[in-house]
Write a protein that binds this ligand. Structure first.
Ligand code: SAJ
Length: 431
C-alpha cells in the first residue's frame, strides 16, 4: 500500500493517519475544518491524546503525513467521520454519506474503501454501496468496500490501534481480504475477516454490552440508596465470584460510543431491543440522581457554594461529548439558589458555555465539592487543601475515585454509598 487518504481527522482518524504514516505509508488526511488542516501541516494537533503530539510531529516532519481540505487519489480510503444521533435517537449517517461522495471523484478501479465510523447494521449495503454505484462503479467488483470499526479506548488510542484485534467485514470475501491487508501493515493483533453486517453489529454489541452492564451497576446504586446498603461493598463481594463482573456506578454514561451506539440497534429492531433501550434510560437518569443527592446535601444551607470538578465523560481526557457531567453542571447552574464554581484541568474555556476556575478559586469557601470525572488530579486531591479552604469540607465523589479519607472534619460521600447521606449542617462542620 503506497498511499492512504484518511477522511476525518478527529479522535480516531488522526491517530490512524499518524500510525500508517509512522509505518512508512504516504498519508493524506482530509478534514473540513480549516484550522485542523493548517495546524496539522505545522505538525500540531488540537486534541488531547497520550503520545499523539510526538508521533504527529515526527510524521509531519518526515513528510509522510500531510493534511488537505480535499481528498486525493490514493490506493485506499479510510472514512473516519462522526455518526451523531438525531433528536429522535436515530443515527445520522450524513457525514458518512458526504465523505463517501467526496471521495467518489478520486476513486479508481482496484481501490480499497473502508468505513471506520460506527454505523447502524446494513449501512455499508444500504447507504455506502449505492453511492459508489451511482458514480458508475460496481461496489462489489470495481472497488473493495469494507467496514472496519475502530475499537480503541481514548487515552490508550496509540497502543490499542496497533495491539487490538481488528474486525474487517467486506461486501465480498475479496473485498474483506484486501481491506484486512491494509490493517495488517500496522496491526500486531489479529485481523479477523467477516461480512460487513456482522462487523457492523459486533461493534455495536461491544458497546451495548458495556452500557447494559453499567446500567445494572447504576440501578444497584439506586436500589442501595433506597435500602441503605453500600453498593460498592456489594459489588466488591459479588465480583469475588469467578464469573461475575459488576461494573461501576457513576454520574451517567457519556462519550460518543456507549451513550450513542445502542440506539443504532434499537432503531433497526425496536420491538426486540427492549433491555438495550431500558439500559439507555437508566444511564440517562443518573445526572438527575446526582442532582437529587446535591439537593439533599445542601438542603439546610442558605446559599450553598458548590464546586463541580470534572466535565469530561471520563478521566484524563479532554472530551466532553455526551458528558453527563455537563448536564449536571448546567442543571446546577440553572438553580439560582447555588453559587457554582466549575473546575476541570483538562478542559479549555472555549469547549464549554460557562466559565472555568482554578482548583483554588473553586474550593475557596465552598460547602460541597462534587467530583464528576476521575482525572488523576482528582484522585490525588489534597485533603489538607480542602480542609483549609472549604467552608464546610464535604465531598460527593460520584466516580469513587478520590483517596480522601473520612476524617479530620472531612465528610466524603460516594454514589451508591448514601447511607447516612445528610444535609450539610448550617454551621460549618469543622467549627
Ligand atoms: N462508565 C461507568 N461505569 C463503568 C465503566 C464506565 O459509569 O464501570 C462510564 C464512563 O465514566 C464513561 C462511559 O461509561 O462515561 C464510557 O466510558 P468507557 O471507558 O467504557 O468507554 P468509551 O466510550 O471511552 O469507549 C468505548 C470502548 N468500548 C468498550 O469498552 C466496549 C472502546 O473500546 C470503544 O472503542 C469506544 O467505546 C468506541 O469508540 O466505540
Amino acid at each position: 500500500m503506497q498511499k492512504i487518504c484518511v477522511i476525518g481527522l478527529g479522535y480516531i482518524g488522526l491517530p490512524t493517519a499518524a500510525i500508517f504514516a509512522r509505518a512508512g505509508v504516504s498519508v493524506v488526511g482530509v478534514d473540513v475544518n480549516k484550522q485542523v488542516v493548517e495546524r496539522l501541516n505545522k505538525g500540531e494537533i488540537i486534541i488531547e491524546e497520550v503520545g499523539l503530539p510526538e508521533v504527529v510531529k515526527e510524521v509531519v516532519e518526515s513528510g509522510k503525513l500531510r493534511a488537505s481540505m480535499e481528498p486525493e487519489e490514493a490506493d485506499a480510503f479510510i472514512i473516519s467521520v462522526p455518526t451523531p444521533i438525531h433528536e429522535d435517537c436515530t443515527a445520522n449517517v450524513e457525514y458518512v454519506r458526504s465523505a463517501t461522495k467526496a471521495i467518489v471523484p478520486y476513486l479508481k478501479k482496484g481501490n480499497v474503501v473502508i468505513v471506520e465510523s460506527t454505523i447502524p447494521p446494513c449501512t455499508m449495503d444500504d447507504v455506502v454501496a449505492p453511492i459508489i454505484e451511482e458514480a458508475g462503479l460496481n461496489p462489489k467488483e470495481d472497488v473493495a468496500l469494507a467496514h472496519c470499526p475502530e475499537r480503541v479506548l481514548p487515552g490508550r488510542i496509540l497502543i490499542e490501534l496497533v495491539e487490538n484485534t481488528r474486525i474487517v467485514g467486506g461486501l465480498t470475501p475479496e473485498a474483506t481480504a484486501k481491506a484486512a491487508d491494509v490493517y495488517r501493515q500496522i496491526v500486531t493483533g489479529d485481523v479477523i475477516e467477516t461480512e460487513a453486517v456482522t462487523a457492523e453489529m459486533s461493534k455495536l454489541m461491544e458497546n451495548t454490552f458495556r452500557d447494559v452492564n453499567i446500567a445494572l451497576a447504576n440501578e444497584l446504586a439506586k436500589i442501595s440508596a433506597r435500602l441503605g446498603v453500600d453498593a460498592h461493598k456489594v459489588i466488591e463481594l459479588a465480583n469475588k465470584h469467578p464469573r461475575v463482573n459488576i461494573h461501576q456506578p457513576g454520574p451517567g454514561v457519556g462519550g460518543h460510543c456507549l451513550a450513542v451506539d445502542p440506539y443504532f440497534i434499537v432503531e433497526k429492531a425496536p420491538e426486540e431491543a427492549r433491555l438495550i433501550q431500558l439500559s439507555r434510560d437508566i444511564n440517562n437518569s443518573m445526572p438527575d440522581f446526582v442532582i437529587e443527592q446535591i439537593i439533599k446535601l445542601t438542603a439546610e444551607l442558605k446559599e450553598p457554594k458548590i464546586a463541580l470538578f470534572g466535565l469530561t465523560y471520563k478521566g484524563n481526557i479532554d472530551d466532553v461529548r455526551e458528558s453527563p457531567a455537563i448536564e449536571i453542571v448546567e442543571k446546577v447552574l440553572a438553580n439560582p439558589r447555588y453559587d457554582v464554581r466549575v473546575h476541570d484541568p483538562h478542559v479549555r474555556e472555549e469547549q464549554v458555555p460557562f466559565p472555568l476556575l482554578s482548583f483554588e478559586e473553586a474550593v475557596k469557601g465552598a460547602n460541597l465539592v462534587v467530583v464528576l470525572a476521575d482525572h488523576n488530579e482528582f484522585k490525588a486531591i489534597d485533603q489538607q487543601a480542602l480542609l483549609a479552604q472549604m467552608e464546610t469540607p464535604v465531598v460527593f465523589d460520584t466516580k469513587n475515585c478520590t483517596s480522601l479519607k473520612q476524617e479530620e472534619g472531612l465528610t466524603v460521600y460516594r454514589i451508591g454509598d448514601v447511607i447516612g447521606l445528610q444535609a450539610i449542617a448550617v454551621k460549618p462542620i469543622s467549627s
